[in-house]
Structure formats: C-alpha cells, structure tokens
Design a protein around this ligand. Structure first.
Ligand code: APR
Length: 232
C-alpha cells in the first residue's frame, strides 16, 4: 500500500459549521491575530484570548463530522499504518469521525497548557483567566494552541512521513501559513503524487501535480473511493 500523507485545514470543517480564517467573514476578519493568536496578545489581555477560545470550543462542541472527515477515517481504517493524517485544525472532528493518531500541528481546543511548568491537561469547556495548573498551581493556564511565532507540534514525525510518502493530499487549506504550506514541495521532492482538494485554488496551487476544486464533503469521499478501488 502506498504511504499517503494528508494535510487538512479549516476548509474541511467549514461544512460542519466551523468558520475558516481567511474566507469572507472569516475569523481573521473578526479578530486581530496579534490579539488572540500570539503569545504577546495572551500576555497583554489573557481574558480576551480565553473568551476567543472558549467561544471556539463551544462552537466545536456543537459541530459534527461531515462526509469528508468520515471518508478519511474510512481510508485510515482500511489501510492501517499507511495513512498519516496531519491537521492544522484545532477542532476534534477527525477524531469524532473515527480517525486515530491525528497529528495536530497547531494544537487542539481540547488541551490546556501551563506556561510555567509545561503540564498539559484536558481543557475545561470554559477556561478562566486564573485557571490553576493541576501540577504546579500557577494560575495562568493557556489554551494548548500553537500561536503565531511558536513552533508547530510533531514536526519531526511530519517531516519523516513527507520524505517517505508516495501520495500527498491537501484538503481545505489556503496554503498561506508555513511550515504547512511548504509540505507539498517536500512531498514532491520525495517523488510523491500531490493533489489539492479545495473550494478554490490555494496560494500553493502551482506546486501541486493535480487539483480538484469543490466542497470537501463532495470531493473527499469521491477521492477516497478512488483510492480504495485503486488498491483493491
Ligand atoms: N470545502 C473545501 N475547501 C473549503 C471549503 C469547503 N467547504 N470552504 C472553504 N474552503 C477553503 C478555502 O477556499 C480556503 O482555501 O479552505 C481554505 C481555508 O483557508 P484558511 O481560512 O486560511 O484556513 P487554513 O488554511 O486552515 O489556515 C491555516 O492559519 O491562522 C492560521 O492557525 C491557523 O491553522 C490555521 C492556519
């Protein structure tokens, strides 16, 4: 079985009702990144940041996986060990659809992190500003989200998988944020076939060998069916 690496972005969760960042009306039209998605913003106004992520946690709790999430979980289940799922998303919809071992390179809304001791735990639905760390008691817990200027998680594993993959698929991402936006070139350099499934041409479209435009919940199940038929 081919080694498949899949990268998802906000577009795969759009049809589950969760907003994207850069589409019209997106999150970055409603909030300034430097205020709600940077360590400096958190230091300046932690209450604003906690409100932003509490609202996103509440929205994610209401969302359900769509056919795109479900199709990817099916592909993983059919070919255990051959499908690496990397997501830039912080919602839990891949796991809710049945995916396992998802590499959340930007963290997850379900996580809380203590900036003092590095302890991680399950975030409460509503995280207060003075939320105490269960390990050291420091009252400055933050969402376990990778903010701008911080190093994404799982990069060693991701780079290892990109070097070994024969198929790289990007789904629902605008290709504007690195290092994720560069994964297609690393996969291409490794000789992989590269495919973009997106509502519109992303900033990285020219780096892909193939691209299909449309909604993820239409394109992904069709692509998974092709992969399952191909391998037989
Ligand atoms: N089906 C498929 N693609 C879609 C759909 C849909 N229903 N709706 C939107 N899209 C596409 C858009 O065309 C766009 O290219 O999804 C992409 C969403 O792009 P962004 O909003 O930039 O989201 P993303 O690429 O995930 O952002 C990457 O930027 O702000 C940071 O940390 C944040 O993880 C995020 C990163």
């Amino acid at each position: 079985m081919e080694k498949i690496v899949i990268l998802t972005g906000a577009g795969i969760s759009a049809e589950s009702g969760l907003g994207t960042f850069r589409d019209a009306g997106g999150l970055w039209e409603q909030h300034r990144i430097e205020d709600v998605a940077s360590p400096e913003g958190f230091a300046r106004d932690p209450a604003l940041v906690q409100r932003f992520y509490n609202a996103r946690r509440a929205a994610a709790a209401e969302a359900t996986p769509n056919p795109a999430h479900i199709a990817l979980a099916r592909l993983q289940a059919e070919y255990p060990g051959s499908v690496t799922l990397i997501t830039q998303n912080v919602d839990g919809l891949h796991e809710a659809a049945g995916s396992t071992g998802v590499l959340h390179m930007h963290g997850a809304l379900s996580g809380a992190l203590c900036p003092a001791c590095g302890h991680r735990w399950e975030a409460p639905a509503e995280m207060a500003v003075a939320h105490p760390c269960p390990a050291c008691g420091t009252k400055r817990a933050r969402p376990d989200i990778v903010w701008f200027g911080e190093m994404p998680y799982h990069m060693d594993e991701i780079l290892t998988q990109l070097e070994a993959c024969s198929y790289f698929v990007a789904i629902g991402t605008s290709g504007q944020v690195y290092p994720a936006a560069g994964f297609v070139r690393q996969a291409d350099a490794a000789g992989a076939h590269t495919l973009e499934l997106n509502l519109e041409a992303s900033a990285g479209r020219s780096a892909f060998a193939e691209a299909r435009q449309g909604r993820a919940s239409d394109l992904v199940p069709l692509w998974v069916a092709e992969m399952l038929a191909e391998v037989g």
